[in-house]
Design a protein around this ligand. Structure first.
Ligand code: UT7
Length: 330
């Protein structure tokens, strides 16, 4: 088929699935081992609880459950896919990738599978990469997964970081379909990816295979990250509006990365997005890094808020720094 004659290939969301580990750790649970309080955590972050993966649940396991749920939701088999991209900063092993392990778990032997590492912005980066593969015509159907076990990276004696994160995974199935090249098309309408490596010291892990030969622990200058977050995410969201000729008023849903309730609220306010359009899951998921956006999409789709045809803005900011947005017609 002649793509030019039929507009543009769009990556349409066909399925969505998620998985959260069974074990829930509440703020009250953390009060027992840390000098912290439920009141401090709720007031400063909005977090009330987080899910924590069992010892025998590595990232690939969480991702596989989410992938199977997304495929079932799409009514497809693994053999219908030709691309698997996993966004994660907490791989089971340095290599092989989590994506190839999930590919094997699905019984899929065709296509290509690889990981993307952009920390909390990872899902938006992975979605953008998959969209570009599909839009080029080189691949037809992609599984994009955000999967993390940040509990394994935390220093559980550091109250300034360990209360903030949780584990989980969620996935979308994207199908290449012809659109007209307009904002009314279904699918990923635009994506905007940014990074600036000068900010490394503000959010990083102090170990790795090529330096300490250990996994290391997450370290963060929280106030410094906070200071940059709102400006960065509102910049890329504004770029997405400009690229598509849309505005905050056109949005049905704003699904931000879930790092801090105050960052979410300040970003929505600066962008002129009504609070009723903002999807917030940080209270019961905490920050699940690359899994946070697809987990929030799954909650809002499953409870009937996100419906086919809705205009959905996703955005994230994280270690690197990296930051990104994508606008999706559901
Ligand atoms: O996903 C990647 C992106 N990450 C983020 O976006 C995170 C961005 N940063 C944040 O969300 C916030 O900066 C935090 C939630 C991490 C911290 O909130 P804050 O309002 O910036 O607090 P702070 O770091 O300025 O700390 C205030 C006080 C300090 O005590 P002093 O120095 O004022 O006496 C901390 O020691 O709160 C203390 N503190 C705590 N107290 C009770 C820090 N952590 C805790 C805690 N419980 N868990």
């Amino acid at each position: 088929m002649n793509h030019a004659a039929s507009g543009k290939l769009r990556s349409v969301v066909l399925g969505l699935g998620s998985y959260l580990p069974k074990r829930i750790v509440s703020n009250a649970d953390l009060e027992k081992s840390l000098e912290t309080t439920d009141a401090w955590i709720v007031q400063r972050t909005g977090i009330r609880q987080r899910h924590v993966a069992a010892v025998d649940e590595p990232t690939s396991r969480l991702g596989l459950y989410a992938a199977k749920a997304a495929l079932a939701d799409a009514g497809l088999e693994a053999s219908d896919l030709d691309l698997v991209i996993v966004a994660t900063s907490t791989p089971d092993f340095t290599f092989p990738s989590v994506a190839t392990q999930i590919q094997a778990g699905l019984g899929m032997t065709n296509g290509a599978a690889f990981d993307v590492q952009a920390v909390c912005s990872g899902f938006v980066f992975a979605l953008a990469i998959a969209d570009k593969f599909l839009a080029s015509g080189s691949h037809r159907r992609a599984l994009v997964i955000g999967a993390e076990t940040f509990s394994r990276l935390l220093d559980w004696t550091d109250r300034s970081t360990c209360v903030l994160f949780g584990d989980g995974a969620a996935a979308v199935v994207l199908d290449a379909r012809h659109g007209e090249g307009i904002a009314r098309d279904r699918g990923v309408l635009t994506s905007h990816l940014r990074s600036d490596g000068r900010h490394r010291e503000k959010l990083y892990v102090d170990g790795g295979p090529s330096t300490t030969r250990t996994t290391g622990h997450l370290r963060m200058a929280g106030r410094e990250v906070f200071r940059h977050a709102v400006g960065m995410v509102t910049d890329v969201v504004t770029q997405a509006f400009e690229a598509t000729g849309t505005s905050a008023a056109d949005l049905d849903w704003f699904v931000p990365h879930q790092a801090n309730r105050r960052i979410i609220d300040a970003s929505a306010e600066k962008l002129g997005i009504a609070p009723s359009k903002v999807i917030v899951t940080i209270d019961f998921h905490a920050n699940t890094s690359a899994a946070s956006i697809p987990l929030a999409l799954a909650v809002a789709r499953d409870d009937g808020r996100i419906k086919p045809g809705d205009l959905v803005m996703i955005e994230a900011m994280g270690g690197g720094f990296t930051w990104a947005s994508a606008l999706i017609r559901w």
